[in-house]
Design a protein around this ligand. Structure first.
Ligand code: SF4
Length: 89
């Protein structure tokens, strides 16, 4: 399974503002699980995590789309080719 989150590293491909449509899928998220979005699409409580998991045979990692140079959590090298592919899609 691969995973992606709005605004998490690969913000050029899936910007943080996409939290709103993602949350809208689940109705009243604050009522359901106690998580809400601020006007700037940040989640309260902090340390909450959003995103999607999806099957992927290519071992995709969102780090491949992230330009952050010094990240201790990096799971795969940055791929400019892959970024171009998703930006054109
Ligand atoms: S390199 Fe770091 S900041 Fe970027 S997507 Fe991966 S874990 Fe997140």
């Amino acid at each position: 399974m691969a995973r992606m989150a709005p605004g998490s590293g690969a913000a050029n491909v899936w910007p943080l503002t996409q939290q709103k449509p993602l949350f809208s899928i689940f109705g009243d998220v604050e009522e359901s699980i106690g998580v809400r979005l601020t006007d700037r699409c940040l989640m309260i409580p902090i340390k909450s995590v959003s995103g999607i998991f999806f099957p992927n045979a290519d071992k995709f990692e969102s780090c491949q789309l992230c330009q952050r140079e010094h990240c201790q959590g990096r799971r795969a090298p940055y791929s400019e080719e892959l970024v171009r592919k998703y930006e054109e899609a």
